[in-house]
Design a protein around this ligand. Sequence first.
Ligand code: 4NP
Length: 162
Amino acid sequence: MTTTRVLFVCLGNICRSPAAEGVFVHLLGQQGLTDRFVVDSAGTGGWHVGRRADERMRAAATRRGIDLTSRARQIDLGDLHSFDHILTMDNDNLAAVRALSHAAGNPAGQAQIEAMTRYCRRHSGVHEVADPYYGGPQGFEQVLDLLDDACSGLLDALVCKP
Ligand code: 4NP
């Protein structure tokens, strides 16, 4: 059985990408697919390395029955090879990960780098998972609504469901 390795990336790795990791892991558990995936998250910045996810993000996820357990870390060159898929939350994250790949000479065999919103089906007109950090509580709910949609679309694409 093959293992698919998925890395979610945002700026700080304390709000959006830990939430994406938690939502995706939750979905894998519901569908009995946990053993087929390795899932992680990282930030393009290193300011919050070692910290748990933002308390507001954890509280919003807990209300939906999702536990956010990750500790923040910064993406590095090794991740381009360790993962099959890298999903970014906004255009800045996408540009930063692409720049990292470019700096490494776009090596063969590296992860496929894509915007997370590509996999939205219900929120098809949305192109970024907006940063909720400086906003109000509604922003955290919107992040989870979008990620719920995108994670479901991503999982179906990765297990080749129509
Ligand atoms: P995230 O949110 O990228 O979704 O983890 C942010 C967290 C912290 C900061 C910015 C965005 N910050 O500037 O510290």
